[in-house]
Write a protein that binds this ligand. Structure first.
Ligand SMILES: [Zn+2]
Length: 408
């Protein structure tokens, strides 16, 4: 174990090595390594994709959220990637478009015991992300078959079939603890809790915005977007890796960026990695309100979020809003025999394309179907993410862009 391991395998995500590097104040050397790494992997190489998803889901990035500097470590890493591919910052100066917002975080204690049994955070329970911190012991009163209340400590225990975490910008004056129903063989009667929360009024983060200027029509722009934030951590020992959501989409955007940096096109190719998506599409909303290029120049935008599977094909949000482009996409797919199925869907406010659509920017949001079911939980990990259609999706998008530019 040592720095040699990093170079030989061109992979980073061993938390111990990283914390050692950081502790030794070797951040600059780490950046240099990351830049070096970027030049080894060929574009659209599945090995590159796997290592990138491994890296982004490592504990060093702590679920790309609000504690342990997770999302901002990810921003530094991804900015270095953009730089190493030779992209130009969209505003001409800086890849990072900074903004801030309030967020409720859980940096410390996350201890829950019910009927005297300690529960494991993430696996046995998840708290509601707008929960208040609380410390105490109490008695649970049954409200119905799934709800139990400790009035003294203002704690609600809810039995759930599926534990799902999220991100919230506000704090309630009570605490909601969702417990895996399968675990609770006996009725919850007593509770002991020690949960620490911290509301950050002005959490600073940023979108990462780069481009490859067009060779003949630079004012026509094709944009690829993906959010790089995820849910971060819940307590000091548990984080949400976010492999499918959305290390997969970020990796696809990086692959496109790397490819187009090596192959400039008639149109400008732009790439935006958004932050703040999980807290309510905040990064993409900020960008559409403070665009770094005229929005009317965007010929088309493709947003990528949940790209790690695909055995059952893909779904295209906004397909019915832009039927000509959807027909084009389907044609490219049929010709190349890429995805088994390309489903059409209407408008939906379910990812970062939404505020662009609202501003009249033509956009699709594409997500893959089938395979794993992990979502907003601790099981959304690289090891079980198949990346089934990673290369087909890349080829489909390249073909789609060629058609948009009338190259074929
Ligand atoms: Zn997502």
């Amino acid at each position: 174990m040592g720095i040699g391991k990093i170079i030989n395998n061109f992979i980073i995500p061993d938390y111990d090595i990283l914390s050692m590097l950081v502790n030794l104040n070797m951040k600059l050397k780490l950046t240099a390594l990351l830049l070096f790494i970027a030049h080894i992997a060929p574009a659209q190489d599945i090995a590159f994709a796997r290592k990138m998803v491994d890296t982004l889901t490592s504990s060093y990035f702590w679920g790309r959220g609000y504690t342990k500097n997770g999302v901002n470590n990810a921003a530094a890493f991804l900015t270095a990637q953009f730089q190493s591919y030779g992209l130009t910052p969209m505003d001409g100066k800086n890849f990072l478009q900074e903004f801030s917002y309030p967020i409720n975080t859980f940096p410390g204690k996350m201890d829950v015991a019910i009927n005297g049994v300690d529960l494991v955070p993430g696996r046995d329970f998840i708290i509601s992300p707008d929960s208040h911190g609380v410390k105490g012991e109490g008695t649970l009163t049954k409200k119905d078959s799934t709800h139990f209340i400790d009035i003294k400590n203002r704690v609600i225990v809810v039995l759930e079939d599926k534990l799902t975490f999220s991100a919230e910008q506000k704090v309630l004056d009570y605490t909601i603890i969702e417990v895996d129903k399968k675990l609770q063989k006996t009725l919850p009667k007593t509770i002991k809790v020690n949960i620490e929360n911290k509301l950050i009024d002005d959490f600073k983060t940023g979108n990462i915005c780069g481009m490859v200027t067009g060779t003949s029509q630079p004012d026509s722009v094709i944009v690829f977007t993906a959010h790089y934030d995820n849910l971060g951590g819940m307590g000091s020992a548990t984080y949400f890796p976010g492999a499918n959501d959305n290390a997969s989409g970020v990796t696809q955007v990086l692959t496109m960026a790397k490819y187009y940096a090596e192959h400039p096109q008639p149109y400008t190719m732009a790439f935006i990695l958004f932050s703040g998506e999980e807290a309510g599409l905040l990064g993409s909303k900020y960008f559409t309100e403070n665009p770094l290029m005229p929005l009317k120049n965007i010929r088309f935008l493709v947003n990528l979020d949940l790209e790690g599977t695909g055995v059952d094909g893909i779904t295209v949000v906004n397909a019915t809003v832009y039927p000509a482009e959807f027909a084009m996409l389907k044609q490219v797919n049929e010709k190349g025999k890429y995805l088994s199925k390309v489903n059409s869907r209407g408008k939906a406010a379910n990812s970062d394309h939404y505020f662009f659509t609202e501003k009249g920017v033509p956009a699709f949001y594409i997500y893959t179907l089938g395979g794993i079911k992990a979502y907003h939980d601790i099981y959304d990990i690289s090891a079980t993410l198949p990346l089934t259609e990673y290369e087909d999706l890349f080829n489909l998008l390249i073909g789609f862009n060629d058609n948009l530019m009338n190259k074929k």
